[in-house]
Design a protein around this ligand. Structure first.
Ligand code: ZN
Length: 333
């Protein structure tokens, strides 16, 4: 009898121990599930939120970029420039140019949020080439892995033709700057302006197999040499899908006297330091060897001060002295 009781008691103890073990196993299983839930769910949520943040950042960039374009147009159009219609823009010294820029128009608060945290952008542009210096300019740019923009004219001398293709092949932007650069011819009438644009466009297509999509007016869009309405010329470019760019910084190399390399760099940097986006005017012409001489120094200073140097493309904010106004046709009718 006693033995039977003990046996029973033992069995009960065993089943209780089994039940306890089962409970413990269940708790363990729950702890593992809770642990997994506590780590995996937040991870999934984090990944989802990171994706959302990225997407929204892209949207903000797209929106602020668009506003940035408008602002840059406004800033660079500078009422100061417009109120000086008789100034020959292309022949200004860098200093004259810098006094024309109103610092008031460049208050950081005028720029969209986010723009300040981005790298400031600089677009180096060379007008009037190709010249005997184009090869040297391209070599310096290649050695520094810097891309620029060349607003060229048509050189009928075939020895210059390889430069047109080299500019494109080496990743630079080939822009137009009129066939002849002869103000009297280019701006004689709207018709002659249109003819000149088409002639250069075809000439460059024959040389390179590509039609250029950017243009710089000889003398700039704010020039005082044109006999035609610059707004009509702008309207024509717009119809042709061609975007024009002026500049908001220059080295002053178009003046009669050749400036020292230090002066050329100083002139540019004075403007560049005031702008979020700078389009820098320089000349690729035979009489301006110091522009080539100053190029390495300029690139060094720009890199040291943390600027991003880019070729003009479809994302470049518009820098125009006379902004294109879609309403001008009604206004002039
Ligand atoms: Zn020019």
């Amino acid at each position: 009898m006693k033995q039977g009781y003990t046996e029973n008691n033992n069995k009960m103890q065993i089943s209780e121990a089994q039940a306890r073990r089962k409970r413990i196993d269940r708790y363990k299983a729950w702890i593992v599930r809770l642990f997994l839930a506590a780590t995996i769910i937040p991870s999934i949520v984090s990944v989802f939120l990171i994706c959302q943040v990225n997407r929204l950042e892209q949207e903000v960039l797209a929106i602020s970029g668009a506003e940035g374009n408008d602002l840059t147009t406004l800033v660079s159009s500078g009422e100061a420039l417009m109120s000086n219609p008789n100034v020959d823009m292309e022949a200004l010294t860098g200093e004259e140019w810098n006094t024309l820029i109103e610092p008031d128009g460049l208050e950081p608060s005028a720029f969209p949020v986010g723009a300040e945290s981005e790298k400031k952008r600089v677009y180096l542009t060379f007008d009037d080439g190709p010249s005997i210096y184009t090869g040297q300019i391209l070599d310096i740019l290649a050695a520094n892995d810097v891309k620029a923009t060349f607003f060229v004219i048509a050189r009928e001398d075939e020895s210059y033709w390889p430069y047109y293709t080299r500019i494109i092949e080496e990743g630079h932007t080939l822009g137009m700057h009129s066939y002849t650069h002869d103000y009297n011819e280019v701006y004689a009438s709207l018709e002659s302006f249109e003819t000149d644009v088409n002639r250069l466009s075809e000439f460059l297509y024959e040389r390179t197999g590509e039609y250029p999509t950017v243009y710089r007016f000889p003398g700039g869009s704010s020039n005082s040499v044109t006999n035609v309405s610059i707004e009509e010329c702008i309207g024509y470019l717009n119809e042709e899908g061609i975007t024009y760019y002026d500049w908001n910084a220059l080295n002053g190399d178009a003046v009669t006297e050749e400036l020292s390399t230090d002066k050329l760099i100083d002139n540019i940097m004075t403007s560049v330091r005031q702008n979020d986006t700078s389009v820098v005017l320089m000349h690729d012409i035979q009489s301006r060897h110091n522009t080539v001489e100053s190029l390495q120094g300029l690139i060094d200073v720009l890199k040291e001060e943390g600027y991003e140097i880019l070729p003009i493309d479809e994302n470049t904010p518009l820098v125009q002295h006379v902004p294109y106004n879609t309403g001008f046709q009604e206004a002039t009718d």
